[in-house]
Ligand binder design. Structure first.
Ligand SMILES: C[S@@+](CC[C@H](N)C(=O)[O-])C[C@H]1O[C@@H](n2cnc3c(N)ncnc32)[C@H](O)[C@@H]1O
Length: 249
């Protein structure tokens, strides 16, 4: 299952990176139509230090962000992100063939965008009402009622951070198939309409094997699962998201 690149030179990550993207990147990862989403509710798990919840609020989209790091104080989250963001970018530089970014200038632009997301996130996280919008929780059990959000999204956690033996990038990851199975059922329990997950490929640019297992798992047969092309261009081959619809909507 491992690619030649990974065998030669595995990703050196000691945990899931504390790394967050901007709203523009969320639009590109999940094909979000911001006008259509006005007044709608979205659960973003795992959101990390992303600025999606903060930026979406200004567009009248109600986003709740959910991540285990929200049990920490803002200074600790900032410290983790300021360590992990440059470290993650250094790893992408060591694996150039797997990414669209090819030059140091592009990396600097990418880094600055992540630092902008971090600052926007931090300013929002310090606000008085933030505890209602940033909820500390982890897959596979999330503290939300059934059907409580129009949409539930998950970016850059599932599939990607599984063990390299199973097609991901995190050595000794405990995100096995059962974890993914439970996480997807949890997202579907909470979503009123649909779930979107990005990316669905591992570093070998092929659909992650857990995605295929989920598609063939009869407990998901009641749902419509579809791949959809997205605009996001960062990981080579990560050109699609998985959309899972609850039927009858
Ligand atoms: C790489 S970040 C992705 C952030 C954001 N979705 C984005 O695309 O920019 C992954 C996040 O997953 C969180 N995480 C790790 N284990 C988790 C779990 N079991 N359940 C939910 N989130 C988890 C980490 O704390 C981290 O903030």
């Amino acid at each position: 299952m491992m690619t030649f690149d990974q065998v030669k030179d595995p990703f050196q990550l000691d945990r899931v990176a504390c790394f967050g993207r901007t709203m523009n990147e969320y639009v590109e990862m999940f094909n979000l139509d911001l006008d259509e989403l006005k007044g709608k509710t979205i659960l973003d798990c795992a959101s990390g230090p992303a600025s999606f919840a903060a930026e979406a609020q200004k567009r009248e989209i109600k986003v709740v962000a959910c991540d285990p790091i929200y049990s920490k104080k803002i200074d600790d989250i900032m410290e983790n992100a300021q360590r992990d963001i440059p470290a993650a970018i250094r790893e992408t530089q060591r694996h150039r063939s797997l990414f669209m970014r090819q030059t140091n200038d592009e990396d600097i632009m990418f880094l600055n965008e992540k630092l902008r997301a971090l600052t926007t996130f931090a300013n929002d996280y310090k606000k008085i009402d933030a505890c209602r919008r940033y909820v500390a929780a982890s897959f596979p059990h999330l503290p939300f009622y059934d059907d409580s959000f129009d949409m539930v999204i998950c970016g850059n956690l599932l599939f990607l951070y599984s063990d390299p033996e199973t097609g991901g990038i995190l050595e000794n990851s405990n995100f096995d198939y059962l974890f993914h199975h439970r996480a997807l059922h949890e997202m579907l329990r909470i979503a009123r309409q649909e779930v979107r997950i990005y990316p669905v490929v591992g570093p070998n640019k092929k659909t992650h094997p857990f995605v295929n297992e989920l598609l063939n798992d009869e407990s998901f047969f009641p749902y419509d699962m579809q791949f959809e092309s997205v605009m996001m261009k960062d990981i080579k081959g990560a050109t699609q998201m998985l959309r899972i619809f609850k039927r009858g909507i």
